[in-house]
Design a protein around this ligand. Structure first.
Ligand code: NAP
Length: 299
C-alpha cells in the first residue's frame, strides 16, 4: 500500500520539481497537486506535465491532500503555513525539505497547531534552481534526514520515512538542533567559504577579473560551482542557522590562522599532516558512495 495517496507540493523549483518527477516515477498512482508563488513557474510546470493539477494558490493545492511538502526557501515557510492552515484535512502530514530544521519546526509548529508537522531534509541538491533543473533520480542513494518533533505520531513518521525510501533515499532520524549543527559543518560553512572566496577573487585589484575567469583552475572552479547556488535559499539558510554557523565560524577562523602561521614560519610538517588527514576524508566519502572519483570538470 502506498504511504500517501494524495500529495501536495508547494514550491516547484529544483527540489519541488525533482520530488514531483520522483513521485511520478516511483509511485505513479499518487494524485499530485502542486503550486508555486511564481505564475511563470506554474505555467512551466503545467507545460512539463509534472503534476495532475497545478493550483493557483497553496491553500487550494492542499485540499484533501494526505501529505503536504513545502519546498520553498526557509524564510517563506511561515507565509505558506499561514496560507494552508485553514484548508488542511484532519490527519494530513505537513512536511518540508528546508535545509535548516530547528527554526522551520518552530515556525510550522506554531502556525499549524494540532497538525502532524514532521520536518525533513533530503541531503541532495545542485547549484541550479527552477522547475527545469529538477530530475527524478536526485534522491537516489542520498540521505533524507527526518526530524520528528518530540510528540510526533510514530505511525505518521514511519509513513513519511517509507515515502522517502520509495523515492530511493536512505532515511535517518535526528533531533532538529543536532541536524542544524551537522549541516553547518557539511554544507553551510563550505557554502559560506565558497561565496567568500569567489567574492574576494572578483574584488582583487592585482589580478583582473578576466584573468580569474581565464585561468580558473580546479580549486577556484569548484568553488564557483558552489557559489552559484540560489541566493535567496542561501540567504535564508544563514539567517535561520545563525548560532550553529557562527559557532563553527569561530573555530574555522582559528584553524585558518593556525595555517597562516604555519605558512609564515615555513612549518611544512603541519601543512603536510593536515593535507594527509583531509585526503583520507575525501577517500571515505567516495568509499561511502557519496561521490565518485570522476574529475569535477565538465561533470
Ligand atoms: P528554488 O529552485 O529557488 O525553488 C523555490 C520555489 O519556491 C521558487 O519557484 C519560488 O518562487 C517558490 N516560492 C517562494 N516563496 C513561495 C511561497 N511563499 N509560496 C509558494 N512558492 C514560493 O529552490 P530549491 O533549491 O528547490 O529550494 C527549496 C527548498 O529546498 C529550500 O528550503 C532549500 O533550503 C531546500 N533544499 C535545497 C537544496 C538545494 O541544493 N538546492 C537541497 C536540499 C534542500 P519565486 O522564485 O517566485 O520566489
Amino acid at each position: 500500500m502506498l504511504p500517501f495517496a494524495r500529495v501536495a507540493i508547494i514550491g516547484m523549483g529544483l527540489i519541488g520539481s525533482s520530488l514531483a518527477r520522483a513521485i511520478r516515477a516511483a509511485m505513479p498512482t499518487v494524485q499530485l497537486v502542486v503550486s508555486d508563488a511564481d505564475a511563470a513557474v506554474r505555467a512551466r510546470v503545467a507545460e512539463l506535465g509534472l503534476a495532475d493539477d497545478v493550483a493557483d494558490g497553496a491553500g487550494a493545492a492542499v485540499v484533501d491532500a494526505d501529505l503536504v511538502i513545502l519546498c520553498v526557501p526557509v524564510g517563506a515557510m511561515a507565509a505558506v503555513a499561514a496560507d494552508i492552515a485553514p484548508e488542511l484535512a484532519p490527519d494530513t502530514v505537513v512536511s518540508d525539505v528546508g535545509s535548516v530544521k530547528d527554526s522551520v519546526a518552530r515556525v510550522l509548529g506554531a502556525a499549524l497547531p494540532g497538525v502532524h508537522v514532521i520536518p525533513a531534509h533530503p541531503v541532495a541538491g545542485t547549484e541550479k534552481s527552477g522547475p527545469d533543473a529538477g530530475f527524478a533520480q536526485l534522491f537516489h542513494g542520498r540521505w533524507c534526514i527526518i526530524t520528528p518533533p518530540p510528540r510526533a505520531d510514530a505511525v505518521m513518521v514511519e509513513r513519511l520515512a517509507e515515502f522517502w525510501r520509495r523515492l530511493g533515499a536512505k532515511v535517518e532520524m535526528m533531533d532538529a538542533a543536532h541536524h542544524d549543527r551537522v549541516l553547518a559543518v557539511t554544507s553551510h560553512l563550505p557554502h559560506l567559504i565558497a561565496y567568500s572566496i569567489v567574492g574576494t577573487a572578483s574584488d582583487l585589484e592585482a589580478v583582473t577579473r578576466g584573468e580569474v575567469i581565464k585561468y580558473s583552475a580546479g580549486g577556484f572552479r569548484d568553488f564557483t560551482r558552489i557559489a552559484a547556488s540560489d541566493p535567496v535559499m542561501w540567504r535564508d539558510v544563514f539567517l535561520n542557522n545563525r548560532e550553529a554557523v557562527l559557532e563553527l565560524l569561530g573555530r574555522f577562523t582559528e584553524d585558518l590562522v593556525a595555517l597562516q602561521r604555519a605558512i609564515r614560519w615555513g612549518d611544512g610538517d603541519t601543512l603536510e599532516a593536515l593535507f594527509t588527514r583531509t585526503r583520507a576524508i575525501r577517500r571515505s566519502i567516495i568509499d561511502e558512495g557519496q561521490d565518485t572519483e570522476k574529475a569535477d570538470f565538465g561533470r
